[in-house]
Design a protein around this ligand. Sequence first.
Ligand code: FAD
Ligand code: GLY
Length: 370
Amino acid sequence: MKESIMVIGGGVIGLSCALELRQRGYEVTVLERNECGGQASGAAAGMLAPYSENVESPDEFFQLCLQSLQLYPHWQEEVKRISQMSFEYTSSGSLYVVYHEADLLALEGRLHWQRQYGSTGAIIDGEELFRLEPLLSPEVRAALYTPEESHLYAPDYVRALEQACRNAGVHIYDRLGQVDLLQWDSEVKVSTENGQHFQSDQLLICSGAWAQQTTEVLGLAFPIYPIRGQICAYDRKAHPIQHMVFSSQGYLVGKENGSLVCGASEDIAGFSTEVTERGIERLKRWNKKVFPKLDDMQPFHRWAGLRPSTQDGMPLIGRLSGERSRIILAAGHYRNGILLSPATAKLAADIVEKKDIAAYNLAFSPERFV
Ligand code: FAD
Ligand code: GLY
């Protein structure tokens, strides 16, 4: 019989790992403090944009993001099939806009290396650019068009993932309050705030921005911190756009449900998910620079989530060593956890199965800071 696996955290990462492990025949239990998808995963803009979010170089992080984008067409079909639920998944392509002649050089450099990694992008300007997005500001000098990038509606995707897990036979326990680690030597034992106990052969810690708290008892400091993202939505019908539009200051993405999502701040605010006037004003100032007509509109919805950021910007995905070796971490996906959901699920399941993951060992090892 295959081993039993417990997963702490019912966000996109915990649920994706749980689904993949269940598909590989494990007995899987997800333990969630509140509601599945109630934190960063439900707050996300849902962009699957490895090229626009990684502008520097094709490092291991970019490569994992790219691999995940390529897994998405099949993965999302599987989630829909198993859950019997639907969610928006749109191949919109993206435009990364710049305002100055001098910025073109950087775009060209980026396009040069991204073409070697599957992008069929191009730098476009003038009539061609305004034909793709007629409402763009005339101040926009040019854009890097990347047709490969897509997006989904994150709250529906996470609901479908949860349902897919349930239908596949994952045991999900939510509203447990804080889950605490009690033992991890001959087996793993945890207790919950509301007095329940669970045990398993292996444990996956997928508690997002709270991963440092969850692991404190292990006596190792994993540098994962919350970075608040404030985000808002306009009425897309009044301001239709077709592509995801990025600039160095933020992004806009139009959803099938009629919202035009615009994000997002990067604030240090502890574990607060409060939305501030200052944060939204900053987004509004930037929006009107990209799409001047948005100046006449007000966002109808504002919210915030806590991204799990790490000291070096890379996630922590790997098995701990020595007496803690029943524990695997999959956390710290910062701005790209939705994109990284299928690739993380496959990688974490390979780690559970003790397969060779040498390609990622060093870059994502949770103990690289110790
Ligand atoms: P979470 O979704 O935060 O889940 C962690 C879960 O663990 C929570 O449900 C929490 O309640 C639970 N938990 C914590 N501690 C415990 C405990 N002790 N016991 C039990 N349960 C516990 N990514 C993209 O790829 N594309 C985007 O467009 C995008 N846009 C974003 C926009 C915003 C505004 C924000 C905030 C994030 C965005 N992200 C995006 C990033 C993405 O949302 C995150 O990287 C991802 O959701 C992290 O998933 P997670 O499962 O690790 O964390
Ligand atoms: N990836 C978009 C964000 O984190 O805001």
